[in-house]
Design a protein around this ligand. Structure first.
Ligand code: KIV
Length: 277
């Protein structure tokens, strides 16, 4: 990816400036072709650590490594010209100390060309966010259901119901004060998401939150119907590509077994001129 090619991509400050404006559009991506398809339509693209579950068959995001994020981050960067690239910090790469977070964030940005990193956590991670931002690392925060903490959150439950809403509000305020340029709100009550969005001065990016957030994000394989192991209530399937793909594979298997594929148009004779492609 040349510096010229990425010149028109928004910067984290441009995303922050969209607070209260036309909703920000975002999806996850893990591969170059998918990134190319969404580049014209998304304001930013996230290489989420959901890659572990969606593409690698892991049971949670806990087994995702820096190497996986860098590999997929590089692939997505090759497909983007105008959307901003954000890469997730995997579990264990930032929680120990701000210095550890900086080392790994700098590596993710240097090796993938990402404009920013995303990390999970609110009040607890605020000092780390401030440390990173002060050293040139733009941070997108992620609060509410934080999948890297499922073992302490009791699974993939809605977060912030009732009195717990106040703690989430404190998380949102803490990451905004620490200098995050945006915050993902995952799986929390709609009314709480709306209150947080009204309260803080950085864009909220909802996933299972509220249409009133400053933007939305979904896992691309979920919304395309490609990842069907389970479907969260907050996922809307905009297509059923998984079903179409399986039907096409079954057609192919039938054609091979019935010797109707390859047809005469797919094979070569001795004297045929070399086809163009
Ligand atoms: O890993 C991921 O895909 C995410 C988004 C769903 C926000 O964190």
């Amino acid at each position: 990816m040349s510096a010229t090619a990425r010149k028109t991509a928004p910067l984290p400050d441009d995303i922050r400036a969209r607070k209260g404006g036309t909703p920000l559009v975002s999806l996850t991506a893990y591969t170059t072709p998918m990134a190319e398809m969404m580049d014209a339509h998304c304001d930013f693209v996230l290489v989420g650590d959901s890659v572990g579950m969606v593409l690698h068959g892991l049971p949670s995001t806990l087994g995702v490594t820096m190497e996986m994020m860098i590999l997929h981050g590089k692939a997505v960067a090759r497909g983007l010209r105008r959307a901003m690239l954000v890469v997730d910090m995997p579990f264990g790469s930032y929680e120990e100390a701000p210095e550890q977070a900086f080392r790994n964030a700098a590596r993710l940005m240097a090796e993938t060309g990402a404009a920013a990193v995303k990390l999970e956590g609110g009040v607890t991670m605020a000092p780390t966010i401030a440390f990173l931002v002060a050293r040139g690392v733009p941070v997108m925060a992620h609060i509410g259901l934080t999948p890297q903490s499922i073992n302490t959150l009791g699974g993939y439950k809605v977060q912030g119901r009732g009195a717990a809403g106040q703690a989430l509000m404190q998380d949102a305020r803490a990451v905004a004060r620490a200098g995050a340029f945006a915050v993902v709100l995952e799986k929390l009550p709609e009314s709480l998401a709306d209150r947080i969005t009204a309260d803080i001065d950085i864009p909220t990016i909802g996933i299972g939150a509220s249409a009133g957030c400053d933007g939305q994000i979904l896992v691309v394989d979920d919304m395309l119907g490609l990842f069907t192991a389970f479907k969260a209530k907050f996922v809307k399937r905009f297509a059923s590509l998984g079903e179409q793909a399986e039907a096409a594979i079954a057609d192919y298997a039938r054609a091979v077994r019935g010797r109707s594929f390859p047809g005469s148009e797919h094979v070569f004779s001795d004297d045929m001129p070399e086809p163009k492609a």
